[in-house]
Design a protein. Structure first.
Lengths: 647, 325
């Protein structure tokens, strides 16, 4: 098999593997990005470390020191696409013009200056290199623009709900334009713009694989230039430019006189080993990259004005760290099962262009999904587990463990159906995936357009429980601008982008322990219920308390030495007036007034009383002559606890 | 030409008449729903708690009367066959005071086993393990004894059941484990939907009962009972009226409870609810309390359950055959 055929086979296999990985949604999908030396170098410069699999890039970089830019000619999937388009016959690149265009041009050195600019940006902690990196560009363009477009065009055979992405059109156009440039100049991108090609070109300076030309065999047919991919001047009479050669081997195969061949040479002749660099331009490139980052950051994004819709995927790093790692490859957006992640436009400032943001109106973050963290090649989104995410189950580990939060939902009461239009709607509460739910409903009397009074349940949000998944915004039936929306405030990754809320304290100790009340033993743990989940305690009865403005309920079971078992419920109401109203709403027939709290009643087998904003009920399971006295003594112990808590 | 011969014994007219008579007769006299109320004034022992022996006898009396059987075992054999898994849907939300009596459930388990149901094929269930425990049941999922498990432990089916205004996930115990269900509500008042009896007790089979309390539970209670698994599997309702509650429910309020000392048995949940509701209304009137209608919590869902769309049973007193034994 000839070397070009071998190279072609390698390109086909490599591109096939790339295409397969483009369809996978697990950690193997990031393989091509992990072997990319430019991504590894950028990551090392921005973070002063290498993220997990990026060491694999040495598998490309080390052979390059010996063999030259074999990656560009044999492996690079974007290079293969360019190669394919370059081979198309086109009028502007035929005959003599084709040969002329395949001579080395000074502008081919531009990619080196671009590389230096990007490395300088990396030193300023910005991973802008990802915008130009060929693998990231290929994944981004194909996964976010070309494949979704094909899917739409073919009637969505690849999925039930075809994905679509913001920025898909410009991303697609960019790929089409750089591919179309091949019709004018073979592999224009690889020759002039590719920073990875430039990096590998610089590394190939020490390559021992050289081109040996036999000028005596040459009849100047120029066929060696006809299919040259790198524009590296394989013709005799001109020095071969090692840093530009893609090792496509076309020149060797095309030479009718067998006057060209590759050999391992320590001191090759007629070879320019270094890239064609001008010191001033290198400095200009470095200065440009170093200057660009502060200028980009002077815009919004990293400044003191975070965009409200800059909702990053779960487990994303702090914004500064995030931008220093994110290479905009689009892998996270590609694998997101609910199409929630999209390339940012302006949310993260110019520096954050095409970095991932959650757009809840299009899709919400699935509670158990961890795919974005699995496929991220650079650690901008840390690999996390669904237990750490803890959206549908309580966070495990330390008592202070909290779920990963990406934002907080807010209600637009002017648009919310129960708030603004006296219409029942519980969609947001139904969709809320947290447990207990962050969205809770409270019954309210409202007046409809006809003046009729009716009861609806109005939604509220507990910001302590909300994780910002966006399910409520996604499902909100107010279709154009939703009545509930998520903003980034409260996100776990930021210390400053927070609502100033005190963390919920442990359940207050309103209920006495064993023997605090004479003869009473506490036989179980105190159970605490917030208003939103009071129904878990007394479904059906909860509404009565909710209407009265209950905030929290604590309950515990006690046993008296006389064998009496009792349940003590302490309800914290919205105010003392609410507690009074609730106390008075209960029928007093058959009761007698007792001196307990601010006002108390005994029904014999049960006692109710109020104290300040608290309403208390003590219920015994046994009726005996001692029951009432025992309940009152338990009530007094609780009252003492409440007095202590108030002080 | 006229026929002069003798008329045949069964003419064409006779045939038509006979063909029409059957359906018309059925239309004229629809089948009544039988509701058996069994009471025992001496049900309680010295400590005020129900005596297990008398509860067993009361249960036998009620079920025998309902199935018109000569022996209690014959009656139970009509409820479930050996090999079937029988779920006992108790009501434990309010703790021991207003929950399905453990004495009644023990009696029921005993009789089911005698009727050939293996003990491991009997499942006592409700919403939460903690509810079951607070009502005095011992939660266990061991396969060599009567199981007792909350929906929070058994989980919910992944298929959404939808009817009318209700959309819910059914508990795995109902949807997957059980072949038959005996519904064991408690005779008690409900602060929102009026009364909580046979129909309302099935709220304990779904994952989102808190959604369905607006508008006094109408039409949600009826809609939930239309879920196919509920309609298909609930074979009998035995309403626990050993201790009943006429106000302040569903939470336990001893001051509004009274020893009714009875059981109400029916296969028609609507008829049972209608009957139980009237019992509670009579007690309220006796205690000088306003009727539920005056408090805007008349259980209108009972009528909805009987309407042409639902046809879960009848709420027409004329079509309910109340048998007191």
């Amino acid at each position: 098999m000839t070397l070009p055929r071998l190279r072609r086979l390698s390109q086909i296999l490599s591109f096939g593997l790339f295409a397969v990985l483009l369809c996978l949604a697990d950690s193997t999908a990031r393989a091509f990005l992990e072997i990319d030396p430019l991504i590894a170098l950028t990551n090392a410069l921005t973070t002063h470390a290498l993220y997990r699999g990026l060491l694999w890039s040495l598998a490309i970089l080390i052979p390059t020191f010996f063999l030259g830019r074999f990656f560009c000619g044999w492996i690079c999937p974007l290079g293969t696409l360019h190669h394919l388009v370059s081979n198309l016959r086109w009028e502007s690149k035929s005959g003599r013009r084709r040969i002329e265009s395949n001579r080395y041009q000074r502008w081919q050195a531009f990619k080196y200056y671009l590389l230096f600019a990007l490395l300088a940006a990396a030193l300023c902690r910005s991973a802008l290199a990802g915008i130009f990196d060929p693998i990231a560009l290929a994944v981004r363009s194909l996964a976010l623009a070309i494949l979704p477009a094909l899917n739409h065009a073919l009637g969505a055979p690849l999925s039930v709900k075809p994905a679509h992405f913001r920025q898909a059109f410009p991303l697609g156009v960019i790929l089409v334009v750089i591919l179309a440039l091949n019709l004018r100049i073979t592999r224009f991108w690889c020759r002039a713009l590719c920073p990875l090609g430039a990096l590998l070109g610089l590394a190939s300076r020490w390559s021992i694989l050289g081109l040996e030309k036999h000028a005596g065999h040459c009849d100047e047919c120029n066929r060696c230039l006809l299919h040259c991919q790198g524009g590296d001047d394989p013709i005799p009479g001109a020095p071969w430019r090692k840093a530009e050669c893609h090792l496509c081997m076309n020149c060797v195969a095309d030479c009718p006189e067998n006057g060209i061949r590759f050999r391992f040479l320590l001191r090759p002749r007629d070879t320019v080993e270094r890239a064609d660099l001008k010191r001033r331009k290198v400095l200009a490139g470095l200065a440009g990259g170093a200057a660009a980052i502060p200028m980009l950051r002077a815009n919004t994004g990293l400044s003191a004005e975070p965009h409200e819709r800059l909702i990053r995927p779960p487990a994303s790093l702090d914004e500064k760290q995030f931008l220093s790692r994110c290479i905009r490859c689009g892998e996270c957006m590609r694998v997101c099962p609910s199409n929630a992640l999209h390339p940012a436009v302006t949310e993260a400032g110019w520096e954050g262009l095409w970095t991932p943001v959650v757009v809840p109106r299009v899709g919400y973050c699935e509670p158990s999904c961890t795919l974005c963290g699995q496929v991220c090649p650079t650690g901008a989104i840390w690999e996390f587990t669904s237990k750490e995410k803890a959206w549908s189950e309580p966070p495990s580990g330390t008592p202070d463990a909290r779920p990963i939060r990406i934002g907080t939902a807010f209600y637009d009461r002017g648009r919310c159906l129960p708030w603004a239009m006296a219409t029942d709607c519980i969609v947001c509460e139904e969709w809320c995936p947290t447990s207990p739910k962050a969205v809770y409903l409270r019954p309210a009397e409202v007046t409809d357009a006809a003046g009729n009074s009716r009861q609806v349940r109005q939604p509220y949000l507990d910001p302590e429980r909300c994780v910002g998944c966006g399910a409520c915004e996604y499902a909100c039936p107010v279709k154009d601008r939703p009545a509930v929306y998520v903003t980034s405030v409260g996100e776990s990754r930021s210390k400053t982008n927070q609502i100033l809320l005190a963390h919920p304290a442990r359940p207050p100790s309103w209920l006495p322990e064993s023997d605090e009340a004479p003869g009473w033993k506490k036989t179980g743990e105190t159970r605490a219920f917030e208003a939103a989940d009071l129904w878990q305690y007394v479904d059906g009865d909860a509404e009565r308390y909710l209407r009265a403005g209950v905030r929290r309920t604590l309950t515990a079971v006690y046993r008296h030495r006389d064998g009496i078992e009792a349940v003590a419920d302490v309800h914290l109401m919205a105010s003392p007036a609410a507690a009074t109203a609730f106390f008075e709403s209960e029928p007093s027939a058959g009761s007698r007034t007792i001196a307990l709290g601010d006002e108390g009643r005994s029904y014999g087998q049960s006692v109710t009383f109020r104290r300040g904003p608290f309403f208390l009920r003590l219920t015994a399971y046994q009726d005996s002559p001692q029951t009432e006295a025992a309940l009152v003594s338990l009530g007094r112990a609780i009252e003492a606890r409440l007095t202590l808590a108030a002080s | 030409m006229l026929r002069n011969g003798p008329k045949p014994g069964f003419t064409r007219r006779d045939l038509l008449r006979a063909g029409l008579a059957g359906p018309l007769a059925a239309r004229a006299a629809p089948e009544k729903s039988k509701v058996v109320i069994a009471r025992d004034a001496s049900l309680r022992g010295a400590g005020g708690s129900a005596d297990s022996g008398r509860v067993l006898k009361l249960l036998d009396r009620a079920v025998q009367s309902f199935y018109a059987s000569d022996s209690p075992l014959d009656a139970w054999k009509k409820v479930a066959r050996p090999g079937e898994v029988v779920g006992l849907k108790v009501n434990c939300l309010s703790g021991r005071g207003a929950a399905t009596s453990t004495v009644l459930v023990d009696a029921l388990c005993e009789r089911l086993q005698q009727a050939g149901i293996r003990q491991q094929d009997i499942v006592i269930w409700d919403r939460l393990n903690s509810d079951l425990e607070s009502a005095g049941f011992r939660v266990t999922s061991r396969k060599d004894r009567v199981r007792c498990v909350g929906n929070d432990a058994s989980g919910y089916d992944t298929d959404l059941a939808v009817y009318g205004s209700a959309g819910s996930l059914l508990s795995n115990t109902l949807a997957k484990t059980c072949d038959a269900v005996i519904n064991l509500p408690v005779l008690k008042d409900h602060g929102i939907v009026g009364v909580t009896l046979a129909l309302k007790n099935l709220f304990g089979a779904i994952h989102n009962p808190n959604k369905y309390h607006t508008n006094a539970g109408d039409p949600y209670v009826a809609d939930v009972n239309m879920f196919p698994a509920i309609r298909r599997k609930v074979r009998l309702t035995i309403c626990d009226g050993i201790t009943a509650q006429y106000e302040g429910g569903p939470s336990y309020m001893p001051q509004w409870s009274w020893p009714y000392n009875g059981l109400i048995v029916a296969r028609d949940p609507v008829a049972l609810d209608q009957t139980g509701w009237q019992i509670l209304e009579r007690k309220r009137a006796e205690k000088g309390m306003k009727p539920l209608r005056a408090l805007n919590r008349e259980p209108v869902y009972i009528a909805t359950a009987a309407d042409a769309r639902h046809r879960l049973g009848t709420n027409d007193p004329n079509l309910i055959d109340v048998v007191e034994v």
